[in-house]
Design a protein around this ligand. Structure first.
Ligand code: AMP
Length: 585
């Protein structure tokens, strides 16, 4: 019998010399046909490697490696439960705390929900599964959208790396991946090496890195076949910036002189090696822009050989799709895979689906997955999690992960829906983070509810040719009764009349019965729409980067808690107009 767990590691090695997408698809098909069995084998392997750790020993598994014993003995946990163990590792405890082999690297998750990055263990196995996911989705993508000998304009950035108290390297998960030798080799094998040099990706100032990424894109504009980033937000952010700096970029090419805004010496010298005095190219690029209307279709005009745009486009990235489509024109948008700093989960193996319909097929050998049903906890008790082979189509679940890097029955906090199956493995649609965003009374509104309300209300802006650039929310308990506050950054100035309509529409669009009832009974006050200055959400991004986050992993926090006072300060300081809903008067 083929041992898939070892096979995937071997394939990673092979890929460094040769990449046969059909071979990867074959392996994926074989794995997913036996998904249930592979899950049991994967758990067994995880427990064999790590059964002797202090963490697992305390739960009395006593060497058992079957899923029933595992679920009976080991409790479901959140990051908070594991924090003391991870901290011990970060502080230099070399004993087997969570894993048999010592952890040498720590990842910082974006920590969007808590407002501060969380530490999670990172190791070679996580790196391997990252590459397995990348290769799998690439193999399927390449069947539909083949690319050859091209380059990728990748808006990727590293975070600052630092040493923990115990001397472990710490950085965001994406940084740990980009710094790993496997990453570069795999990108090369996938025919899409990044067109920017390492000095740009790993530069200490992301504004300068972004400028240089854009310049590299222009220098290699005929070679670029893929435009990508981890999350779609970074692509939109990049082209919004492009709108502001394009003349400077063209002038750099015309003169062969790098803009003085790039001051980091290593970045400057790397860029100067690529930059040539090329007035002809500058003219060509300049003339291309003259034909554009409001930057519609900018990307294919800039990169005539681009085949698609690639990055995570689901979940909290959906609000950026409209703008991305505007820049993309006819170019297809392909959503990237599903995972987290804690580990990957599924690959997009149906690349032709539009981002709104994308699903992720779970790779059954990269971790052991459980699913907590969201329906059926009517008695108030948390339902028992089910295994990957027991999930039902159409149902929603919260995902629980057990991986090779020391997380056991770890609640990721994401809600997914089972849309179907690829062979015997489920295809998941990402729904939202499980935690409630907005709640004052008996009302319950999630990130998704907020997104839908914003989409609905933003329709009123169309007649003024405006759009919501970004948004977030807050529950204000300082008023009596408390009320929801929604912050909007707009692409231009809207009339008071329109904004009042938007505000009323937002209020009406939270259709959760708890909210509607509470609004009618006046135990929740009128919703408030606060419009902030242009650039406010850039300040939020800067704040996040200042905390050690990487732009590559940035997700706008959709709700700002009272304890996140710095973020609230940034938002409140920049409010230019505010409106209270009259919808329930
Ligand atoms: P991080 O905390 O930076 O590791 O981000 C991980 C989180 O990003 C996941 O738990 C999800 O909430 C979100 N995420 C990752 N991949 C996707 C995806 N394909 N679609 C939607 N959300 C995603």
């Amino acid at each position: 019998m083929i041992n898939f767990l070892f096979l995937s590691a071997k394939i990673v090695e092979k890929i460094e010399m040769r990449f046969d997408p059909e071979e990867v698809i074959e392996e994926f098909e074989a794995l997913t046909k036996e998904a249930g069995k592979i899950q049991e084998e994967t758990l067994k392997k995880i427990l064999e490697e790590n059964g002797g750790t202090g963490y697992l020993q305390q739960w009395g598994l006593n060497g058992r490696t079957d899923s029933e014993s595992f679920k009976d003995c080991v409790p479901l946990v959140t990051h908070k439960d594991l924090e003391p163990y991870i901290q011990r590792i970060a502080d230099g405890d070399l004993s087997p705390v969570l894993t048999g082999k010592p952890i040498t690297t720590i990842s910082l998750s974006s920590g969007t929900t808590q407002g501060r990055p969380k530490f999670v263990p990172f190791n070679d196995e996580l790196m391997e599964s990252t590459m397995q996911i990348f290769k799998t989705s690439f193999a399927f993508r390449n069947r539909e959208f083949p690319i050859e000998n091209g380059k990728a304009l990748q808006f990727i950035y590293s975070s600052k790396q630092f040493k923990t108290k115990g001397g472990l390297a710490a950085g965001t998960a994406t940084t740990n991946v980009y710094r790993n030798a496997h990453f570069k080799k795999t990108m090369k094998a996938m025919q899409t090496p990044c067109c920017s040099p390492d000095e740009v990706i790993f530069g200490p100032d992301f504004h300068q890195s972004l400028y240089c990424h854009l310049l590299c894109g222009l220098i290699f504009c005929d070679d670029v076949q893929v435009i990508s980033s981890t999350f779609a937000h970074s692509i939109v952010h990049a082209f919004r910036t492009f709108e502001q700096v394009w003349e400077e970029l063209v002038s750099d090419i015309r003169e062969g002189v790098l803009s003085s805004r790039v001051t980091v010496p290593s970045m400057r010298s790397a860029m100067l090696k690529l930059l040539k005095h090329d007035p002809e190219k500058a003219d060509t690029i300049y003339n291309k822009f003259l034909g554009l209307s409001n930057w519609y279709g900018l990307i294919p005009v800039l990169f005539p050989n681009a085949r698609y745009i690639y990055g995570i486009m689901t979940g909290s990235m959906e609000p950026y799709l409209k703008k991305l489509r505007h820049y993309a024109g006819e170019l297809p948008l392909l959503s990237a895979d599903y995972g987290s700093s804690e580990g990957w989960i599924g690959a997009n193996v149906n690349p032709k689906l539009p981002p709104e319909l994308v699903t992720y097929a779970v790779l059954p050998n990269i971790g052991y997955f459980e699913f907590i049903p969201l329906r059926g906890n009517l008695d108030g008790l948390e339902p028992t999690p089910v295994g990957l082979a027991e999930v039902k189509r159409g149902e929603e679940y919260e995902i629980v992960v057990t991986n090779f890097a020391g997380l056991y029955r770890y609640r990721l906090g994401d809600v997914v829906k089972i849309k179907g199956f690829h062979n015997a493995t489920p295809e998941l649609q990402f729904i939202c983070r499980r935690n409630l965003l907005l709640s004052i009374n008996i009302d319950k509104n999630t990130e998704k509810d907020l997104q839908l309300a914003v989409e609905e209300a933003a329709r009123h802006l169309v007649r003024e040719m405006l759009e919501v650039v970004d948004f977030t929310s807050h529950v204000n308990f300082e008023t009596d009764p408390g009320h929801y506050v929604v912050f909007w950054e707009l692409s231009g100035e809207a009339s008071d009349e329109t904004l009042q309509e938007c505000c009323n529409c937002l209020d009406k669009s939270f259709v959760d019965a708890g909210y509607v009832g509470s609004r009618k009974a006046k135990v929740i006050g009128p919703l408030e729409l606060r419009v902030v200055k242009r650039g406010t959400f850039h300040k939020i991004l800067d704040h996040f980067v200042g905390l050690g986050g990487a732009v590559s992993q940035f997700k706008t926090p959709r709700c700002v808690g009272q304890n996140n006072s710095r973020l609230l300060q940034i938002l409140c300081y920049d409010v230019v107009k505010s409106y209270f809903s009259t919808a329930y008067c």
